[in-house]
Design a protein around this ligand. Sequence first.
Ligand code: ZN
Length: 422
Amino acid sequence: MMRQYDNQNPLILPVSHNLPSFRSRLRAAPVPDRSTSLESGFSLYRETVMRTDKIKLPAPAPGHDRALTVHHFGTGERKAYLHAGLHADEWPGLLVLQHLLQRLIELEAQGQVKESIVLVPYANPVGMNQRLFGYVPGRYDAVTGQNFNRGMSIDSTALLDQVRDRLGDDATTNDRIMRETLHEMAQNSGGEHEIQALHRALLSQSLDAHLMLDLHCDDEALPHVFYGDHQRETGRQLADCLGYPVRLEEDVRGIVAFDGTHTQPWVKVAEATGAPFAEPCFAATLELRGSTAVSDELARRDADGILAFLEQQGYITGVRAEPQPQEHDTVAINVDQVRVVKSEANGIVTYHRQLGEHLQAGDHFADIVLLDQDKPERIAITAPTSGMLFTRTVDYLVYPGSTLGMIASDKRQIEPGRQLSF
Ligand SMILES: [Zn+2]
């Protein structure tokens, strides 16, 4: 790991201008005990405000360097971890975290960060470098074909082997054993491929967290959030803070993404051992509307919602960030109640119903305009089930098997523990 202090960072310097003096800053937040040697007054000041690490990733080819940027705030025992852009073609979260970064710099300068907060502003420099004739594919690793947001889950059998005999009746001690073991397993996870090194670097920062938020977006969508169905209360609190109408609750014992990688170990170990835990990790995936919903206005709103949640969870204090207003009816369902509507034909899709509308089974909500007929023809697409239409595609040239949209229904549509897309 290489540590870098960049005193030219424009996001850092304005903070010092806002401060009455360096000395009063030190009074507001005592100098934490960190291992870094402090060589100058400026380093000391920076050390009390925010620490930025650069974690080197393997070079993809001779002459190339890649690194993750990791910002650390606070020194508390509990850790909140946030990152964006694990799917490197999803950019709204990148802007949200820049707004959050500025707010956290200011909050820490005022002594309002009460626990530890880790912010990774771009989680996937590997995918961001996939530029193909002006287009960033970004969702799948170009070497292995693997989805960047799959395939990093912890081997629960190996985890159980390591912790089973060490867990006892004390929940706090059990938490510590779990977090130490998970952190160690993340650091020692194998694999030489670049995507495996990326997952190893991310999980080494996140897997021992108490709270983890992974920022994504859909094609065109109402904002929604995924979390474990064993953590309904916290998940709905998060969605309320963000003002997100659609809450998707999943069984994390099956196939998991980055979020479930953080919660699955706690669920599986608790089920296998009966051991008590004080604060298992809460993890969620935020789907920030659609891929083109990138604006300062939306990002500020989402950052405020995240701050409200972090305050309610005790990571920051005195912010009084307001939960964001709801603009749609809320719906909380299990992920297996989502119906993914697939195309059966090649053509151009056009929609007759808007996001957030409630469809009845059989409602004609879209057409596929066929392009290869002798005269203009369309196929009517009807809702296969009743529910709220909450996503649509923006890849309008559809093909058999491509996703046209998702409907939040009140009936089970797929087996529990499955993911909606791959
Ligand atoms: Zn994504």
